[in-house]
Design a protein around this ligand. Structure first.
Ligand code: GLA
Length: 400
């Protein structure tokens, strides 16, 4: 398990507040341990994970807090700072079926761990955090990985980081029932401070690529748009990418995913595909190429080249994959026009949520305010646009 580090700045203040809320909810007696898992932005490799392509997420210093205290019996009480409904279980009672509530995520993790033979004392647990929920910043993977981290510590399970990633992914797919790709739990669970994670979703190989904090910063602009039905549209994209793979695979020896199809094979056979399926495939295959180019640019210190690929990715998400909305496009266009912005694109699944902005350290003061103003003039509401720091990944937090 990762070391406990003393926290400073915003995280320390949020941590103190979370402990206070825990004691307000469950009372003061006994030692409270607090675990944290970050959220993420994805900088390149948009909608590639479920087609076997590479992705380039970066963990951010906003995430989920899980405060837990041991009980003398075997009762588990899961509460949230955001929702009054709680889950109470008497271990070893089985986890009830999914309820359509916030606690489905930790319950799914709990079910996975119990099924693998985990056991331990009862716990009082309070969930909270400082990550916007449903905004494309991976709040669900964050809560799942943070839960796995907290139970691991409380019950002495000695899980490896990869095991926590696997449990989080299984909880979301098999219990919560979202056909999400693999990127988010990896991005959260294997994060390293100051590094973008390179994850090849075909062979699951990973690399940590340094992002120079003296040269660039990452800002996040939140449209405030949340689409309840977004998962339906997401699952449709998964099905269309699958249809493209099935139609094109017979033309490519040994292909096991859409990423394996060369662009010229798509070009030769595009007219045999439904036009919408051909557009989805074109996004995927060009984005695979762009993501490799973006990695080369990053490794060569060409951050402008990296940012250019982000802008191209956004246009492709807008025109070919069709997962953008006007609010996202306006933010990306405003960012592109601003001095000192190297790149910008929607992050996460799309249909609302956030834009990630790559900002040169030479960007003039007030750049983010000007981007927010463009959005406000058009939509009448001011979006939150902030620089986010990086994060070292899941850990137990300690007060200084
Ligand atoms: C969502 C999914 C991820 C990934 C992105 C799009 O965040 O959870 O697995 O597919 O969309 O890149």
């Amino acid at each position: 398990m990762q070391r406990a580090g003393r926290e400073t700045g915003g995280l320390e203040a949020a941590l103190r507040e979370h402990v206070r809320r825990f004691e307000e909810s469950f009372g003061r007696a006994g030692r409270v341990r607090v675990h944290f898992a970050p959220g993420r932005v994805n900088l390149m490799g948009a909608h590639l994970d479920y087609s076997g392509g590479p992705v380039m997420p970066l963990a951010i210093d906003r995430g989920t807090f899980v405060a837990a205290r041991e009980r003398t019996d075997r009762r588990l009480r899961l509460r949230s700072t955001l929702d009054a409904r709680e889950l109470v279980l008497e271990l070893p009672e089985p986890v009830p079926p999914r309820a359509g509530r916030w606690y489905d995520y930790p319950a799914g993790v709990l079910r996975e761990l119990l099924a693998a033979g985990a056991a331990g004392p009862g716990l009082d647990v309070l969930f909270g955090g400082n990550l916007p929920i449903g905004a494309g910043l991976s709040s669900s993977a964050s809560i799942c990985v943070a839960t796995a981290h907290a139970l691991d510590a409380a019950w002495g399970l000695a899980l490896a980081p990869q095991a926590r990633v696997d449990v989080a992914l299984a909880a979301e797919r098999d219990y919560v029932g979202v056909q999400c790709g693999i990127m988010d739990p990896y991005a959260v669970g294997l994060a390293r401070e100051g590094h973008i994670l390179w994850l090849d979703c075909k062979d699951l190989s990973t690399q940590h690529l340094p992002l120079d904090p003296a040269a660039v910063r990452v800002a996040v602009a939140d449209t405030g748009v949340r689409r309840e039905l977004a998962w339906g549209a997401f699952n449709q994209r998964v099905a269309e990418a699958r249809a493209a793979y099935e139609a094109l695979a017979p033309h490519v020896e040994g292909a096991t995913c859409l990423r394996d199809v060369p662009l010229d094979v798509l070009e030769r056979h595009a007219s045999e595909l439904e036009p919408v399926v051909a557009r989805r495939a074109e996004h995927v295959l060009r984005e695979v190429r762009r993501t490799f180019e973006a990695r080369d640019a990053l490794l060569a210190g060409d951050l402008a080249g990296f940012g250019r690929r982000m802008l191209e990715a956004h246009r492709s998400l807008r025109d070919l994959y069709e997962v953008s909305v006007a609010e996202l496009d306006v933010l990306v266009e405003a960012a592109e026009a601003a001095e000192g912005v190297l790149g910008a694109r929607l992050t996460g699944a799309g249909f609302g949520g956030c834009v990630a902005i790559l900002l040169s350290s030479t960007a003039p003061k007030g750049t983010l305010e000007r981007i927010a103003e463009v959005f406000e003039r058009r939509f009448g509401a001011r979006p939150a646009v902030e620089v986010f720091g990086g994060d070292p990944g899941p850990r137990e937090l300690e007060l200084a």
